[in-house]
Design a protein around this ligand. Sequence first.
Ligand code: 2OP
Length: 221
Amino acid sequence: VAQETLVFDMYGTLVNVIGIQQHLQQWIRDDAERVSRLWRQKQLEYTFLLTLLGRYEDFEQVTRKALDYALLATGHTLSDEHKVQLMARYNDLEPFPDVHEGLKTLQQKKYPLIVFSNGTPTMLRALMKSAQLEAVMEGFISADSARAYKPTRQVYQLTSTHTGRPLHEIRLISSNPFDIIGAMNAGMQATWIDRSGGIFDTLGEPPPMVVKTLVELAEKL
Ligand code: 2OP
């Protein structure tokens, strides 16, 4: 059978969100790590809440509202201009050091490679450009098309609609355990990129394939 189609989560999988914390450091020196962790946690929590509520606000709006929360909850204030600058950092996050090498090898092995993310089309276009992913990937699938967020089934269904392939011939590559659980729940293949040496969500079992980098993924596939 032809190679599986590989779809890649973006934030935390292809690009490192640590850049946000580094930018925050210039204004909130000794609390940037706590604020950015709370920001990311709230961003994802709002995506889960909105989908459970049957409401949709795009990932840019959700990310901005999560930032407002993280600052309020930690007693910090930033000017609107600084918040706009911080949000812009989301569009030029650094790819992890293994990403270009791993993707190149997968491309040489004839795997179709597509970004698959909660990010809005505008965010993903900007980020694919700045992270130089355009030449090595065949485009992106944004949850925005479903007006709902991962891990609801209908978002994973987009990968089948977009590629014309059944879900079991598509593999999600993600560092986010909730995303892996969602993909397997929808009937996809899945590989967890364990970038945090951390723990998998105890809500589900880790997938059969766990790797630490995209280079290792390219060897194991
Ligand atoms: C994604 O890119 C939010 O990391 C998650 O879909």
